[in-house]
Each structure stands twice: as C-alpha cells, then as structure tokens.
Design a protein around this ligand. Structure first.
Ligand SMILES: C[S@@+](CC[C@H](N)C(=O)[O-])C[C@H]1O[C@@H](n2cnc3c(N)ncnc32)[C@H](O)[C@@H]1O
Length: 292
C-alpha cells in the first residue's frame, strides 16, 4: 500500500480513501499489476459506496427523517428509551403548520367557537391564577388564542412569553403584537427538543392542546420543568383519548391518553398536583409542579 493510502486510512475519511485508491492505481503500480489491482480497487470502491449508503440510510432512520417516516409508536409501548428523546414520537406532526394556507386555515380552526378551549377560555385563564407582574409562558401559542388574555392579566409589569416552534405562527404572533401595540408579550422560538427558556424563570406555563404535538417529549418536557420557578405551575390541557369513546380520527391524531401523559410528565421531572375540573368534556386539564 502506498504511503498516500496509509495516510488516508489514518485520517479515517472514507471519501478521501476512495480518492486514494484511484490515485494509487493511477501512479504507483506497474502496468502488469494494474489490471489485477483495478478489479480489486473496483470491488473496494463498490463496497465503500455500499457502506456509505447503508450508513446514511441507518442514520436517516434513526433521526426519523421524511424518507423513513413510520407510524408513530404509542409511548406506552415504547421500549427504546431514545424514542421521544432523540427520535420523534410523531414524525411530521407539525408539518401541516408550514403549508401555504396554514395561517388562514389554523386561525379559523384554533379560534373557532366550536372548539372546547375557545368556549372555556375565560375559565382556563382564571385557573392559571395570574397576578400582575408575573411571568407566564404560553407554550405552543399557535395563533395567540390565549396570549393576549394572559398579557392583560399580568399587566404592564408582567411578561408573557409566546412560545412556538412554527415559523408561520411566530411571524403571525409578532405581527399581532405590533398591531395591538402590547409591550409585555415576547415572541420566543423554541426548538423541538428544548423550550430554550431561562431556568426557573416562569411563574406559570400553559400548554393548551400542545402536548400531543410535542415530537420529543422526553427531551422537551424536562426543559419545560427546568424553566419553572420552584413554586411555578404548569397547566396542561389536552384531548381525552379513550378507546371506545374517542372518535377514530382523534384516536389516530392523539398519541396517548391522560394516564400515559401523566406517567410521561412524571418521568420528565414534573409532579401532578391535581386534575382541574373546568367543565371540559373533550379535554382534561392537569396542574403540575416541578419535582425539586
Ligand atoms: C394545536 S396547536 C394549539 C395552539 C394553542 N395553544 C391553542 O390552544 O390555540 C399546537 C401548537 O403547538 C406548537 N408546537 C408543536 N411542538 C411544539 C414545541 N415543541 N414547542 C412549542 N410549540 C410547539 C405548534 O406549532 C402549534 O402552534
């Protein structure tokens, strides 16, 4: 083997190794050995390319890329600990929010009077127990159904962090903030695995119909717990998912039911304080605190 090839092998670069094989063949070998070597090199190159492609497709599958999307596993049956931490439990569940007409479509859906959390909005906001001056996060704020009500409750000395991952909704929230001229709403982009808020900075957090859209709950929810103050509270509202009662469409859309959600949240460093009765029938509401 030429010194060029040895150097390349030490560096561990597969692409360079392929090039080195070609260089070796071109310059180092005597003509008689070249024919044998050419077929050997061809086999090595082919094997190398196969290995690279195989490696890449395994990596894509592990990352839950579009190419390898599969049906979402029910976290209740997940045995692989990386699912929900590094692998999405619902690959592509939020893609719908980036379509061209997403803003119009989802403003109508999220803010429509038929939606249970819209009809019960005042009761939900009251249940947060907000006081002037508090810091509250509207996590998964969407089109801002709750954001501006929260802003009115915490007043000019308080802060609302309107948090989302969707560039479409974040842009719409920014426009609404400037149209309404409210000074106490900060629009904040979260990452799918990390809410990226200051540790212990929140008095209150609201997640309304968001948990079933969180792709990496076992990475994300510990970061939400970490953002809560020691006496901070999270009010989490999500759809009931009861076999035999819940519609087929909702069974397919909502990954897990309340009991599994509570288990998952407890694995994420939160403790259930109480289930809050807000007169909801399609949804449940959980009040949680951080386990410190
Ligand atoms: C069904 S909408 C609910 C919107 C709003 N909370 C409401 O009740 O009208 C779910 C929202 O969660 C957002 N979302 C999904 N994953 C998120 C994450 N990891 N962090 C923050 N927001 C997220 C989506 O972009 C979407 O705006």
């Amino acid at each position: 083997m030429s010194s060029e090839s040895e150097k390349v092998q030490r560096s561990g670069s597969r692409v360079r190794a392929v090039r080195a094989i070609v260089i070796t063949e071109r310059f180092d070998l005597a003509p008689r050995r070249r024919r044998q070597s050419r077929s050997a090199s061809f086999r090595v190159v082919s094997l190398g390319i196969f290995a690279l492609c195989f490696g890449a497709s395994v990596a894509c599958a592990t990352n839950g890329s579009t190419a390898s999307r599969t049906t979402a596993p029910d976290a209740g049956t997940v045995t692989d600990e990386s699912v929900g931490r590094t692998v999405s439990v619902r690959p592509g569940v939020n893609d719908r929010y980036e379509s061209v007409d997403a803003l119009d479509t989802y403003t109508e859906i999220f803010e429509g009077e038929r939606r249970e959390v819209v009809a019960h909005r005042a009761g939900i906001v009251d249940a947060l127990g907000l006081q002037p001056g508090m810091t509250v996060a509207d996590i998964g704020a969407g089109t801002g159904l709750f954001t501006f009500e929260l802003a009115a409750k915490v007043g000019p000395n308080g802060r609302v962090l309107a948090v989302d991952t969707s560039p479409t909704f974040l842009a719409a929230l920014r426009s609404k903030v400037s149209e309404k001229g409210v000074g106490n709403v900060i629009v904040h982009r979260a990452q799918p695995r990390d809410v990226e808020l200051e540790p212990r900075s929140l008095d209150v957090a609201l997640m309304s119909n968001v948990y079933h859209h969180v792709e990496y709950p076992f990475a994300y929810m510990p970061t939400v717990a970490n953002a809560l103050a020691d006496d901070g509270e999270l009010l989490l509202i999500d759809f009931e998912r009861i076999e035999g009662t819940t519609s087929k469409a909702m069974l397919a859309h909502v990954r897990v039911g309340k009991d599994t959600v509570i288990e998952e949240l407890e694995r994420s460093g939160l403790v259930l304080v109480e289930e809050v009765s807000l007169g909801l029938s399609e949804n449940y509401a959980l009040r949680l605190r951080v386990a410190r």
